[in-house]
Design a protein around this ligand. Structure first.
Ligand SMILES: Nc1ncnc2c1ncn2[C@@H]1O[C@H](COP(=O)(O)OP(=O)(O)OP(=O)(O)O)[C@@H](O)[C@H]1O
Ligand SMILES: [Mg+2]
Length: 246
């Protein structure tokens, strides 16, 4: 469903991404790992239209995403959860979800929008999927860090994406929350393509069903199963070894 060729991003002359080739199949769950500054989030920025690359193509279901606006890309079916949670803390979980469904850029009209029973049910069903059904009336600011991440995933889900880009979902989560998140991501990938960026190898092990891609200095170092990647000497040298030392 996604094919990337020769994707190139530089910031002030420094190359952040130089991706020759990357393929994602329908309903594949791909994990991308790699050291800080490897270009992982930059890749997602390009795919969601936030960053314009210097060159290259990213074809989603036959159409190039490059050059499209963020809104066009969401409409095409690509949803993205950012690395840092950015929910409206002073609003309830329900209202955050409602805004997510309507598009958060159109804040005022969304707040005064009269929802149909069907839309209300869709919000409740999505809240149940991410384990937040008991918290719908709570303020988003009162949620734990993990619950905020779930809320963000729910907001992405409400846009009915076919491809979900999820940046560091388990960061700051308790073990129990991370395990629930792993289950949720595996469930999502039964229906959607999912690309997950993650540092925590214990978490990666729980979700890696297909390939794991290792990104280093903007380039793919290797791709393979979790076991292959974990035991790859270059990966240990460039990334995993340093992680253990830190
Ligand atoms: N908007 C920007 N302006 C300038 N430089 C940037 C920008 N975004 C990213 N960079 C640089 O591009 C490189 C890749 O950064 P990126 O955030 O993609 O890394 P990452 O793999 O997501 O790292 P982390 O694991 O720490 O989140 C880094 O050197 C970073 O400093
Ligand atoms: Mg990042």
């Amino acid at each position: 469903m996604l094919k990337i060729s020769n994707l190139n991003v530089s910031f002030g002359g420094v190359q952040a991404l130089n991706l020759n080739e990357f393929h994602l199949n329908e309903k594949e769950l791909r994990v991308i790992i790699g050291p800080n500054g490897a270009g992982k989030s930059t890749l997602m920025d390009v795919l969601c239209g936030k960053t314009k690359p210097a060159g290259g193509t990213a074809t989603f279901k036959g159409e190039n995403l490059i050059g499209k606006s963020e809104i066009e890309i969401v409409r095409m079916g690509v949803g993205r959860k950012f690395q840092k949670p950015s929910v409206f803390e002073g609003l309830s979980v329900f209202d955050n979800l409602m805004l997510g469904m309507k598009g958060r850029k159109d804040f005022l009209s969304a707040m005064f929008y009269k929802m149909t029973a069907e839309q209300r049910e869709k919000i409740m069903a999505t809240a149940r999927r991410v384990n937040l059904h008991k918290e719908v009336n709570a303020l988003a600011g009162a949620l734990s860090h993990g619950q905020k991440q779930w809320l963000e995933i729910a907001i992405v889900l409400l846009q009915d994406p076919e491809l979900m880009l999820i940046d560091e979902p388990a960061a700051g989560m308790s073990d129990a929350e991370a395990a629930r998140t792993a289950e949720l991501l595996c469930e999502l990938s039964k229906e959607n393509g999912v690309i997950v960026i993650e540092h925590d190898m214990h978490f990666v092990e729980q979700i890696a069903q297909d390939k794991v891609t290792v990104l280093v200095s903007g380039e793919i170092l290797t791709e393979g199963s979790f076991e292959e990647v974990k035991n790859n000497l270059q990966v240990i040298d460039c990334y995993l070894g340093r992680q253990q030392a830190a």
